[in-house]
Write a protein that binds this ligand. Structure first.
Ligand code: SF4
Length: 229
């Protein structure tokens, strides 16, 4: 039902803007207030792996309560860090990842990301241990409003169904694709609204295509509705 690989064509920006507008009409425009705390974002994104936002936030709060600053976390016994973040799940794995990143940063507060060339910032963040394109995009977008769009499972699924991505595209390819087709000023709004749409309407198992505001512009949804009159 999804477009075949050979059928796919990169969408024009006008089409992406039309999707943006329809999502805005449905969910409102998401407005970013950059928090300017890139190390916080880096740690928070590691903690968010395989858990929900609430557990992530509890784990983050406990981590910051227990240790005085980032260097203290880097220098602590791994078991102590794991104990602090246990409510976020996979505590031993995440403790190791957080400490590896903080040790690699060695006190760098990453505030230089705000004004550095974007490609250099992206390359640097991706070179940190265990840090990939999604975490990198979270740090750049949420810390400073820099135009990079994190691709999570919702953005991947909704984007593929709408034809924004090649049907077999990897997450890495999807990050690059979004940089090509999305106006930089729309990065946060589109990211947030694709996630909202994936959670509320374009669900993984049973997308609610008949009541979807994007049906007319969605090849997957049109084919699905046609096949189930
Ligand atoms: S029409 Fe269906 S598949 Fe397409 S975006 Fe809407 S819910 Fe998802």
């Amino acid at each position: 039902m999804a477009p075949r690989k050979s059928d796919w064509q990169r969408p024009r920006r006008a089409r992406v803007r039309a999707i943006r507008d329809r999502l805005r009409e449905t969910y409102g425009e998401a407005v970013l207030v950059p928090h300017r705390e890139p190390v916080h974002e880096l740690v928070l994104t590691i903690l968010s792996q395989h858990t929900n936002d609430r557990n992530r936030d509890v784990a983050y709060g406990r981590l910051r309560e227990r240790f005085v600053d980032w260097p203290a976390i880097a220098a602590a016994p791994e078991d102590d860090v794991a104990d602090a973040i246990r409510p976020g799940g996979l505590a031993n794995v995440k403790a190791g990842r957080i400490q590896a990143v903080l040790r690699e940063l060695d006190g760098d507060d990453l505030t230089w990301l705000e004004t550095a060339p974007l490609a250099r910032s992206r390359e640097f963040l991706c070179s940190l241990p265990g840090v990939g394109r999604k975490t990198t995009a979270c740090v750049l977008l949420f810390s400073y409003g820099l135009p990079d769009i994190p691709v999570d499972t919702h953005v991947d699924r909704v984007g593929k169904r709408l034809g924004l991505f090649r049907p077999k595209a990897s997450f890495e390819e999807e990050h690059d694709e979004l940089l090509r087709i999305v106006d930089p000023e729309d990065a946060y709004d589109l990211h947030m609204n694709l996630i909202r749409h994936g959670r509320r309407t374009c669900k993984a198992q049973r997308p609610r295509c008949r009541e979807c505001a994007l049906l007319r512009m969605c090849p997957h949804g049109r084919a699905r509705v046609k096949s189930r009159p």
